[in-house]
Write a protein that binds this ligand. Structure first.
Ligand code: NAP
Length: 304
């Protein structure tokens, strides 16, 4: 596993991280399998784990806490979020400083940590990013509640504001072959010395036509999520199925090599709940994207 700097934070992270969200956090996914995947990832050199109190019906963050219990977490960069939480059967949003402080204190207990290595605002609104709000966040940081501050958003306006603000150390955005427009934010993030966590680096499996491979309840869940939230990505992903035809590397490795070919990215945070998938993904660290494939990806991106 190779490691990259997380912007100017002084922290280094494995270039492939593990996303403790989606199916991994669902109660229907057996706890022992979920914990085994985290332990396997750590054994393979993964140091960055991303989660949120709002993920997977509120089950993902406590499950990560159980996976880390009793382990030496001093070298791990656990990244969680604040501003959203799962209460009363649904995700509720409160981006006030008081709510963020409560979220942090709860996450510290849930994850069994004394400080959060990375705290990310979960989808802030541009109107919320005021100087007073950012000063309040920095005051929480000075108390040692977290080490690095970031925000997770898919909105370019929000991403631009986060990148431009000196209060933030990093940003999490969706980066994959279906999102060439993110290059603008990637360049700006690098110029501003911000770390970048790339979420959904495998385009949620759509370049692999995952939606056509229903093998059980897990795949039905993925298919339902895609149809509900990311319908356009299903057809867009099909145009990149050539990623699965490269000699010597798998489709997932080709997709990850594309993401990691961007030097602005600190870590590609993958979601994988089958150990064979995770092993394949982690083996993508250090691979070079073949030049012919890079050209074909760009040509396909330009044809949309
Ligand atoms: N999705 C979002 O809206 C979102 C938003 C913010 C942040 N994030 C962060 O990004 C992380 C990753 O996002 P994600 O899980 O939605 O998307 P992703 O990593 O792009 O894709 C995950 C999908 O790819 C499949 N997969 C993984 N490795 C594979 C392989 N080697 N071969 C074939 N299929 C493979 C997984 O299947 P199996 O489970 O069957 O292995 C899963 O269906 C999240 O955990 C979270 O930390 C995501």
């Amino acid at each position: 596993m190779l490691y990259r700097p997380l912007g100017a934070t002084g922290l280094r992270v494995s270039e492939i991280g593990y996303g403790c969200a989606s199916w991994w956090g669902q109660k229907a996914f057996p706890e022992d399998e979920a914990l085994r995947l985290v332990h396997y990832a750590i054994d393979q050199g993964v140091t960055l784990f991303d989660t949120s109190p709002a993920y997977s019906g509120g089950n993902a963050e406590p499950r990560l806490g159980r996976a880390l219990k009793g382990l030496d977490t001093s070298k791990l960069i656990v990244a969680t979020k604040a501003g959203t939480r799962f209460v009363g059967g649904r995700v509720r949003r409160d981006m006030s400083l008081a709510a963020i402080e409560q979220d942090i204190l709860k996450s510290l207990v849930t994850l069994g940590l004394e400080t959060l290595p990375v705290l990310q605002l979960h989808g802030p609104d541009p109107s919320e990013l005021t100087p007073e709000f950012e000063d309040g966040l920095l005051a929480l940081k000075r108390r040692g509640l977290f080490q690095a501050l970031g925000a997770n958003s898919f909105d370019p306006v929000v991403l631009d504001l986060i990148i431009a603000s000196p209060a933030f150390d990093l940003v999490m955005m969706d980066v994959n072959v279906l999102r060439p427009e993110r290059k603008t934010q990637l360049k700006a993030a690098k110029a501003a010395g911000k770390g970048v966590l790339a979420g959904m680096p495998l385009a949620m499996g759509h370049t692999n036509l995952q939606i056509l491979k229903i093998r059980g309840v897990r795949d039905l869940w993925y298919a339902a999520r895609a149809l509900k939230n990311h319908r356009h990505d299903i057809s867009a992903g099909a145009r990149f199925r050539f990623l699965n035809q490269v000699e010597g590397i798998s489709g997932a490795q080709a997709a990850l090599s594309y993401v990691l070919s961007h030097s602005e990215i600190s870590c590609a945070v993958v979601g994988a709940t089958r150990q064979t998938h995770l092993a394949e993904d982690l083996a993508a660290s250090g691979l070079t994207l073949p030049p012919d494939l890079a050209r074909r990806i760009i040509e396909t991106q330009m044809r949309r």
